[in-house]
Design a binder for this molecule. Structure first.
Ligand code: TEU
Ligand code: CA
Length: 556
């Protein structure tokens, strides 16, 4: 396999609104990120993905971009952005921005022009379709609820298409001019010295242009748009063109938000000749999603499904390339709350989860706050900010749930859980802002925060630092990056275990992911214990006696 600069690195996602506020307006900003670069470097991070900071009306917190060439004043200026790239570079950190090009904002000049003259050149930048006698062209439901169609103002029978909110009109990738505009913009940013992009919602860019009704899958008579948009052939041509034009020339890292891939398709998506450098490993992380809506999700994450999906994903990738391994991001609950069934999870369970994910094959990708053990909070309905959560609340109520039940489900699954301010200190507003934070701070900041955890050897934060150092150490870097991944003890109850092998070298990670003690009879003789989360490892002959949430990495 051809070696790439990013293969043996560790990555971290920043949700900028909630990371660090440098000027007291209650919103995180670019200068705030710059001030925390030393912290990020100290954690062992080499690659930073920052969620969108482009000019935006913020209907979907920046995932609705009205000018791709401008930084939103909420976050700072273009000079701030250039300073951030330069300061990061000094610390050998590469910046990835978020590429949101399935859609733009309804405030983008292209869209405004398209609405003014739907039959003119900018009309072709979007999907503007005639309805059926004033009714929508077909019955597809958008991701955030309601029809994918919205009337073009002033016209009785013209509609524009939006996969997400109506303020996020989909761009027409079939139009070569649109693709040119997108590629030009990506290259413009790459020229500024970015390391690459994370590519948003990209599986939606190829449409079924027949706009045919689907059998209804809900009482509203509609059917989910993703059932069509992610099944259409031909997406590869667009993606390969984008790679060749925008990423290859800069040796850029492109990480796709690609989901629901079939086994045969994976090899086309990643690796040396894939459309992307890497994609996120959503299947293991989303094992709890048993349907489309929050009300169909399991809580907590079902252990066996998670273990199985991990093994499947790792096997599917084989030699094709590397996935980006996550337990959380800005679109789902906090990993510790989701994955750990115990109400009162502490150091051991959180670090067990950390070790399982960081030692896998693939790029370890942390989300801000994960490294200190941040978790979900309890919400009141009026505190939710996220449009997806509000639509999911309605869906639960419409399905006949009591308000308390619907609120509990939304409290578990709301994306807002991931968007509460980063907990820097045990002081006012968790040290996030001098002003009033745009989002409530999780009340547990007096216990879970960077300042206190930095001082304590046995904190989650210091464990993460040692873990990342282990992953990148001279001695184990090679095997942890390029070694094969083989699940072991797959039938053992609540044991998450796998081997990494490279040449003569072999490591095994064995974790008891439960609150009860457990025993594993080892089939291999190991010589060294190389990484742990308890002070002592107990062996009885061939039996490894594991304490609750104990994880060990053994070496042959
Ligand atoms: O998400 C794309 C996507 O498919 C979402 O439906 C996602 O699965 C859902 O939010 C999970 O709860 C991306 C971004 O990550 C998300 O924040 C944006 O809202 C969305 O695109 C639209 O740009
Ligand atoms: Ca600010």
């Amino acid at each position: 396999m051809k070696r790439e600069w990013w293969h043996d690195k560790a990555a971290y996602q920043i949700y900028p609104k909630s990371f660090y506020d440098s000027n007291g307006d209650g919103i995180g900003d670019i200068q705030g990120i710059i001030r925390k670069l030393d912290y990020i470097q100290d954690l062992g991070i080499d690659i930073l993905w920052i969620s969108p900071m482009f000019q935006s009306p913020m209907v979907d917190n920046g995932y609705d971009i009205s000018d791709y060439y401008a930084i939103d004043p909420m976050f700072g200026t273009m000079e701030d952005m250039e300073e951030l790239i330069a300061e990061a570079k000094k610390r050998k950190i590469s910046i990835l921005m978020d590429l949101v090009v399935n859609h733009c904002s309804s405030e983008h000049k292209w869209f405004k022009e398209a609405m003014r003259d739907p039959d003119g050149p900018y009309g072709k930048y979007f999907y503007i379709v005639d309805g059926k006698d004033g009714e929508v062209p077909c019955n597809w439901r958008s991701y955030f609820g309601g029809s994918v169609w919205e009337k073009v103002p002033g016209y009785d029978n013209k509609f524009y298409f939006h996969s997400f909110a109506k303020e996020q009109p989909d761009l027409n990738w079939e139009n070569p001019q649109v693709r040119e505009e997108i590629y030009k913009m990506i290259c413009w940013w790459m020229e500024k010295g970015l390391g690459g992009f994370r590519i948003d919602a990209i599986m939606n860019i190829k449409k079924d242009l027949t706009w045919t009704d689907l059998p209804a899958d809900g009482p509203d008579g509609m059917a989910d748009v993703y059932k069509v948009s992610q099944k259409v052939d031909g997406i590869g041509d667009f993606l390969m063109e984008m790679r060749r034009r925008c990423f290859d020339p800069y040796d850029g890292l492109a990480i796709g938000e690609a989901m629901f891939l079939k086994e045969e398709a994976v090899k086309h998506f990643i690796g040396e000749n894939g459309y992307f450098s890497s994609i996120f490993a959503f299947e293991p992380c989303h094992a709890y999603r048993k349907g489309k809506n929050y009300k169909d999700y399991e809580w907590p994450q079902p252990f066996e499904d998670w273990r199985e999906e991990t093994a499947k994903n790792q096997r599917m990738l084989g030699d094709a390339g590397f996935e980006a391994n996550i337990i959380e991001n800005h679109d789902q609950p906090r990993g510790s709350s989701l994955f750990i069934p115990e109400e009162d999870y502490g150091f051991y369970s959180v670090t067990a989860l950390a070790a399982i994910i960081v030692c896998q094959r693939g790029l370890p990708f942390l989300y801000q706050g994960q490294e200190i053990g941040m978790c979900n909070r309890k919400w009141k309905l009026e505190e939710f900010n996220d449009l997806e959560t509000l639509s999911q609340y309605e869906i639960s109520i419409d399905a006949g749930m009591k308000p308390e039940e619907a609120l509990e489900i939304c409290s578990h699954h709301s994306r807002d859980n991931a968007r509460t301010p980063m907990q820097w200190t045990h002081g006012k507003n968790a040290g996030f802002s001098e002003g009033t934070p745009w989002m409530p701070v999780n009340e547990n900041y007096t216990k879970i925060n960077v300042e206190d955890e930095e001082k304590e050897y046995g904190s989650v934060l210091n464990y993460y630092k040692r873990l990342i150092r282990f992953r990148k150490s001279e001695e184990y870097k090679e095997i942890l990056t390029y070694g094969s991944y083989d699940p072991i003890y797959e039938d053992a109850d609540h044991i998450f275990a796998y081997e990494r092998k490279l040449g003569e070298k072999k490591l095994a990670l064995i974790c008891n992911f439960s609150g009860q003690p457990s025993r594993v009879t080892l089939e291999t003789e190991y010589e060294n214990v190389v990484f742990v989360n308890y002070e002592q490892t107990t062996m009885q002959g061939r039996d490894l006696l594991l304490k609750p949430y104990e994880v060990v990495v053994l070496e042959v």
